[in-house]
Structure formats: structure tokens, C-alpha cells
Design a protein around this ligand. Sequence first.
Ligand code: IPD
Ligand code: CA
Ligand code: CA
Ligand code: CA
Length: 281
Amino acid sequence: SVVEDFDVEGAFEFAKKLAVENGEIVKVAFHKPKNVDTKSNPTDLVTETDRLVEKNIFAAIRQKYPNHKLIGEESFTGPMSLTLTNEPTWVIDPIDGTSNFVTGFPYVAVVIGLLLNKEPVFGVVFNPILGELFSARKGHGSFLNGNQIFVKKTTELNESVVLSGFTSGRNYENLAKVRGNLEAILMNPAIGIRMLGSTACAMTIVAAGRGDAYFGANFHIWDIAAPTIIITEAGGVVGDLAGEELNLMKRQIISTCTPELMRKIADKITPINPEADGSVE
Ligand code: IPD
Ligand code: CA
Ligand code: CA
Ligand code: CA
């Protein structure tokens, strides 16, 4: 294969260093006034820090791994027509939770994942505000600041705290389904629903056994690639909104601590297909 002589462990250490270094930039900027631009709609925000951090991370990876492919939110233009190859591909979200970054809600993360043969082989999610570095490498477990983490063992919805998240866009057809899905979980009843505004932070909450499940739609591959391996290496499961095999390009996810809980959530909700629903942001 293309990757036989590639030092994945070395790249993993490099990714953690990049996330921490750039996280410091995010942390400093978090406490200062920001220049905010909008992208696809009035609630789809970007700041100069999002752009700077992505530029830094891209430059560092290009220098060390000139042949590797790079995907990043702020460099990505056009419709979601990325084609993944089997080549080593770095997937970066410079700030996951930009609306939190702008408003001062402390769930923001620098997110770096590496795919080989289209599968995540490691993932790093660093929240510089809370000082929490989540990381996982395939076959080697998930860690929070160096301590191994594990998901909970919850199988019942009525014993679960369920996190959720959706698009920054306000597509009404989509929102009706979103509302229906939240009601289906809340009225079931789950203990509660939490919406953090950062997919990566929400998924690491499940990985660390602080919550039981996360589901939603309208994501991009940079939101979920790294968190996915952090969940699975912590003993959790991932799937699409029907509870079937996850496709990182399909813009939707359920991740839970147990397969039983995944099934129960999938059976309660109506799948949302962002592409078919015409959401392009
Ligand atoms: C967003 C966050 C949010 C999710 C959105 C994402 P961004 O990422 O992860 O939780 O609901 O779909 O776009 O724009 O803050 O990097
Ligand atoms: Ca964004
Ligand atoms: Ca994101
Ligand atoms: Ca982002």
C-alpha cells in the first residue's frame, strides 16, 4: 500500500503538538475583540483566527509531509464534492465551534485528523480554553491529557444524556425534522438534551464518559473525522442517522457509548439528508 513506510506514530505526536501550539493562539484570541465575517448565511461565522490557525497548520504539514493531501474548512470552497483518495489525508478544522469562539462560550477546539485508505487512523481535539487535549490512535486507545478514557456502558435512553447539534443554516424543512427528532428523544424520555455548538467537543464528551450519545446532521468531514476515532478507541460506536455504517462524507452521525443505545436512538429519529435537503453550507 501507499502507506507502508509511513511513521504514523510520529505524525500523531506532530499533530498533538500542532493542535496545542495553535490552541494557544485560539486561547489568546478568545479573550480579545474579534473581526467577524459571515460565510453562507448570517449565522455561519468566520474570524481571522480561524483562517490564521488553518494557514499555520497547513504550512507545518506541507513542510513535513509535502506529498500528503490536506482538507480544511477555511480552505474549502464550492459544494461538498470532495473525493477522498487512499493517500494520507489530513483533515483540519482550525476552530470547531466558531460561534462559541465569537460569543465566549468555552467549547471550542482545534481538530486534526489523519485518514489513510479513507479511514481515520488518528484524531486530536484540543480545547485550549478548558486545557483539554483528547487524542486517539487506531489500536492504541483514547486519552485525555495523557489519561486513558472510556465511554459509559449505558444502553437505555431513559438513563442517557444525549447531545445534539445541527447546521448553522436555517433551512426550514430541515429544522422541522430537527425539532421532531429532538422531541422524539426528549419525550421518550432521555434524562436531557445538551447542545454545545461544537461537534468535536460534544463527541469527546461521549468519549470521556461525560455523556451518552451525540447525534446530528449537516456536518462536514472535518467536524467528525478526528472525533470519530476518539469515540471508537474509547469503546464507543459511530453510525449514520439510520444507525447504519458511518460514511464520513454523508454529513450526519450518531455516536453512542453502546450499540444498544445507537439502535434505540436511530429507531426514534427521522434521518436528515443534508444534500437532498439542499443545505450547502
Ligand atoms: C460547526 C459546529 C456545530 C455544528 C455545525 C458545524 P464550526 O462547526 O461543529 O456544532 O452543529 O454543523 O458546522 O463552523 O464551528 O467549525
Ligand atoms: Ca464554520
Ligand atoms: Ca466545525
Ligand atoms: Ca470551523
